[in-house]
Design a protein around this ligand. Structure first.
Ligand SMILES: Nc1ncnc2c1ncn2[C@@H]1O[C@H](COP(=O)(O)OP(=O)(O)OP(=O)(O)O)[C@@H](O)[C@H]1O
Length: 702
């Protein structure tokens, strides 16, 4: 308690200001006091910033994670074809039991720094410099740390309670009982102040549910459930009011204090209370470090450079306003500067102020101290624990079970996933059923049967791409959860397959039955069953194909176009629009006809329909009957060397192949991505390291 207050000393003026306003809300004040009482003492963050930095490992280093980075550069391609640096030679560290805040104006590189440290930079970026975990090079991705990103990727159809509880079941070890997991989920929800929204659905487009700030808190809940050793938070308080920000951040900070966790958070505009929770501050401007050191010594650093925080102003507001140059061209505003020794006041352009601060920091003892601390950590870091590849301890079976349940609930509540398709399928099959109503057994019914079965096997299954947008949303959630190590890829694929089966059965059974019996296709239930099995398998196949597309092209508009294109090409070369013997040999006949699942669907359905039936011949002058086998062989040029069951077997084999391919693509991407990032981690060319020095603006002394 004492040290908590101590850490907030430099902000007394602002705290008083805030507490005055809080006094009008007595219940709020009581809550804050309660929180402070609950808060265990803060670690000693030092008296005067840089000068007081502990030498040697912290007591909890053995279990915790120390992260250091040295001369870190990140570049992206620019319009001229060269590379633009967005992070420029940063050096810093964070240790167990510390909260490092990354602050700076919008676009200064906070998220990029977090992404670089968490090993999640985009494909077009290049990184150089050393990032070490406990003094060792380790790949930080896929389940090695928890990361609350800026965008909310949550399952919108679940309630808060469901989302957090499912996550608890997936992430918490099997050694915990169900009720313990439930309790942990509920406690975490309460800690994030979401108890009143427990049964509210998260909501997304078209269905409003939680507010933006509440969704943020759900995301945080999910990531802190397991009390991760290393936690990254990208603007956790955006969308929250100041009191909520304080509660949320103090709960997160509690993790750090009690359990020696390592927390790195970017933050936009912390109140003085929130600022008081940070151990260290990394202040950035255009990717360069303006200040790195004890958060409570920042004021002193600014004051010593001639930019003291005005009385009654929130220090973090002051820091950001001093270094924000985005609006200079519009406002022509100058920053007030004080010459402390001579007691003179003047004004400078923001660009110049930033240059002064950056240069001053680089030549300060504080910077030397940061570098010394980094090399200290690297020396003793080898004694610390390493990050396990996956934090998930629920067994594979539990993961499959929970994911299947969660996915089923989502599918049942998301209208676009299956219900809308069912409605359209029913409409379409009524259309097919009425157009081909009572198809009869005349010679003309041969072509009609062929056309109808082709339509069902290609166009009814084609419509399965309608569920693609919902699936892309699923993939986004999967990507986030997978990166944070909630469960394995195989469990996701198995669960997705299992949960989809009942719905696909439903949408193949009802429309299939309507079309089949209205038109009066081959009589006999076993024939209907085969027909429906092919329809069902084709739908699973198209879903599997779309999953592969989604894993390569996560953009849903592009995905739909690509998926539709692939299917159209397959249907074209499957042997109906052009008979198999007439297909041009290169490409269309070999290999396309054999790759296209439509070929096996048509042939299976045709064999099922025509074998065992006879039709009157339409040859002039020829009276008599022709057999179904004759039609299959001569009219549709169907391969008669194997039975319809082989066609169905090939289709089922394709389903397995597509799903395995989907799994393989995800696994390859997971393994290849970090390797590519490592390969691309090269020193940027020297020329981009040379920073342009802005032309000095004369000081206008009063
Ligand atoms: N992959 C990328 N390709 C191209 N430019 C990028 C990439 N990532 C980041 N940038 C650019 O780098 C700069 C810093 O972006 P970043 O998202 O890190 O800023 P930020 O400080 O987190 O901003 P905000 O506070 O608004 O979220 C921006 O100008 C952004 O456009």
């Amino acid at each position: 308690m004492a040290s908590l207050h101590h850490s907030m000393e430099p902000y007394v003026a602002d705290s008083q200001l805030n507490s005055n306003s809080l006094a009008t809300h007595s219940s709020l004040e009581i809550k804050i006091n309660q929180l402070e009482m609950e808060t265990t003492p803060m670690p000693n963050h030092g008296e005067a910033g840089h000068q007081v930095v502990g030498v040697g490992p912290p007591s909890n280093a053995d279990n915790g994670i120390s992260l250091t980075w040295e001369d870190l550069w990140v570049t992206v391609p620019d319009a001229k074809g060269s590379r633009r640096p967005i992070i420029q030679g940063l050096t810093g560290y964070v240790q167990p039991g510390e909260v490092l805040a990354i602050m700076g104006p919008s676009g200064c590189g906070k998220s990029t720094l977090l992404d670089a440290l968490a090993g999640r930079l985009g494909a077009n970026t290049r990184q150089s410099g050393d990032i070490l975990i406990n003094g060792r090079t380790q790949t930080l991705a896929y389940g090695t740390s928890a990361y609350v990103t800026q965008d909310e990727t949550l399952i919108t159809t679940l309630t808060v309670k469901e989302a957090v509880y499912y996550s608890a079941q997936l992430q918490l070890p099997n050694s915990m009982t169900k009720s313990e997991k439930k309790e942990r989920a509920e406690t975490t929800i309460r800690e994030m102040g979401l108890q009143d929204s427990m049964n509210t659905r998260i909501g997304g487009w078209g269905a409003k549910g939680l507010s933006g700030g509440q969704k943020r808190r759900v995301s945080i809940c999910i990531e802190i459930l397991t009390r991760p050793k290393l936690l990254f938070l990208d603007e956790p308080t955006s969308g929250l009011d100041s009191a909520a920000s304080y509660y949320v951040m103090s709960r997160i900070a509690k993790l750090e204090q009690r359990e020696g966790r390592t927390i790195i958070t970017s933050i936009h505009q912390p109140s003085s209370e929130v600022f008081g929770l940070f151990t260290n501050l990394c202040l950035l401007s255009s990717g360069r470090v303006v200040y790195f050191g004890r958060a409570n010594a920042t004021n002193e650093f600014f004051a010593s450079n001639g930019f003291p925080c005005p009385t009654l102003q929130n220090p973090s507001d002051h820091f950001l306003r001093t270094i924000n140059k985005d609006f200079d061209e519009v406002t022509h505003q100058l920053v007030e500067v004080q010459d402390i020794e001579q007691g003179l006041k003047g004004k400078r352009a923001t660009e110049e102020v930033i240059e002064i601060l950056v240069t001053s920091f680089k030549s300060s003892d504080g910077y030397q101290e940061v570098k010394r601390q980094v090399s200290e950590i690297c020396k003793w870091g080898g004694t610390g624990s390493s990050l396990e590849k996956s934090r998930s301890h629920a067994s594979f079976f539990t993961q499959c079970l929970v994911l299947t349940k969660r996915s089923s609930v989502n599918m049942s509540r998301d209208l676009g996933y299956y219900w809308l398709r069912l409605a359209i399928y029913v409409t379409l099959s009524l259309g097919v059923g009425t157009i081909f109503y009572d198809i009869g057994s005349g010679n003309s019914s041969i072509q009609a049967r062929g056309a109808m079965l082709m339509f069902i096997a290609s166009f009814l299954t084609f419509m399965t791409i309608g569920g693609f947008p919902s699936f892309v949303e699923d993939m986004k959630v999967f990507e986030r959860e997978r990166l944070n190590g909630h469960y394995g890829t195989t469990a996701f694929v198995v669960a997705n397959t299992l949960s989809a089966v009942p719905y696909l059965l439903l949408i193949s059974l009802i429309p299939g039955a309507l079309a089949y019996y209205l038109s009066g296709l081959h009589p006999g239930f076993e024939h209907f069953l085969y027909f429906d099995s092919v329809l069902f398998t084709c739908m699973v196949l198209v879903e599997s194909l779309m999953m592969i597309v989604a894993s390569i092209v996560p953009n849903f508009l592009m995905g739909i176009i690509i998926g539709a294109g692939i299917q159209a090409v397959m249907a074209l070369g499957a042997g109906f629009f052009r008979l198999p013997n007439d297909l041009p040999k290169p490409f269309w006949k070999y290999p396309l006809q054999y790759i296209a699942f439509h070929k096996y669907a048509y042939q299976g359905m045709y064999k099922n329909e025509f074998q065992g039936l006879t039709f009157p011949s339409n040859q002039i002058g020829q009276r008599g009957m022709i057999t179904g086998e004759y039609i299959l062989k001569n009219e549709f040029q169907v391969e008669m060397g194997y039975s319809k069951w082989v066609d169905l077997g090939i289709l089922l084999g394709m389903v397995v192949l597509y799903r395995v391919l989907f799994l393989a693509i995800i696994k390859i991407v997971e393994n290849v991505k970090p390797a590519i990032s490592k390969f691309k981690s090269v020193k940027p060319k020297q020329k981009i390291q040379v920073m342009e020095t802005p032309t000095a603006t004369p000081i206008h002394m009063n």
